[in-house]
Design a protein around this ligand. Sequence first.
Ligand code: CUA
Length: 188
Amino acid sequence: MSGDTDHGAAAIAAARVERRWAGLSIGIICVLVVLAAYTGIHQAVMPQAQVETADPRTLHISGEFIESNLGSAVEPDGSVTVRAIGQQYSFTPQCILIPTDTPVRFRATSADVIHGFLIEHTNVNTMLVPGYISAATTRFSTPADLVMPCHEFCGAGHEGMWGRIKVIEKSAFQKLAADRRRMTCVAQ
Ligand code: CUA
């Protein structure tokens, strides 16, 4: 007799626990739906502040990323802009020349697939997405030879895709810049 009562009480308890867990999982689903809706709406009403595009099919023919415009250039305000392209499986220029103690702005894009753009020991870490221009700003305090590996899998030759950064004294860089419009390590 008491066995039956125990059984009944246990069934009631089990049903209560089941309802609680069912409620919890429905609650989690509701939270996820609200989150998905919120991020979707948020992205639609607040697009990225700045999206710059570059057609990968015409990169080499016209515009900012033609070959003669790649490398480091001194701006009128004294800062340096570096333009580069990533393609399977190298960077152009292969070695980027940079002065110390100068704000350096990188502008880069991809000619084919998505590549990674990372400079060791700096905050520069972005992706090169075909069709879009990636920008990053940094500054180097001491002369150095740094590596710039592609860190986004981009095909069979991915692990061989490395660029180099050569940071030289500001004075030496300015001397070179005096008679050249665009600089790379090769021109040094
Ligand atoms: Cu380019 Cu990996």
